[in-house]
Design a protein around this ligand. Sequence first.
Ligand code: ATP
Ligand code: MG
Length: 173
Amino acid sequence: MEKGFVHVYTGNGKGKTTSALGLALRAVGAGKKVYLGQFMKSGKYHEIKAIGQHLPMITVEQYGNGCLICDRTPQADDYAAAGTGLTKAKAALLKGGYDIVILDEINVAAHLGLIREQDTLGLIDAKPPSVELILTGRYATLAIINKADLVTEMTEVKHYYAVGVLARDGIER
Ligand code: ATP
Ligand code: MG
């Protein structure tokens, strides 16, 4: 069995989630088994639709209620949902038989206090040797960066968000 590594895609620039999705696409092409868990997200982002329609071999679980990042401060049910998500993520990592486990926006969930940094570090420690673990989201902490094998920081050089262009279907969601 090949050794699996820990990736972190962080930073303020665009490309963290799409990079993880690109990796998932590539992995499916290589016959690998992929799990995508999404903290704080729910509903049919277009990538989730595409997976459902065309790549059902990717297992998706969403751990959110509505769009937390967009419009509100965390409520009790957001903490509960993230806690449940953590349990699901752990099960996928340890018992799912996946080659690739992607935990999208886990860094933001920790940043907002929905989970603890220690929870993410614990997942990294518990990772079976052959699994490739991908952690995405702004605000990756130094401890997580230090534990990872590959860290890419997306740097925002320019983003049209600054001139009022919000998320568009098929481009940002
Ligand atoms: P992608 O999914 O396109 O790869 P990403 O995962 O790197 O992007 P996130 O940090 O998850 O990006 O941000 C997602 C959303 O935040 C986008 O829909 C975008 O419109 C919005 N956004 C981008 N820049 C800012 C900003 N400076 N402040 C607040 N929201 C932003
Ligand atoms: Mg993202």
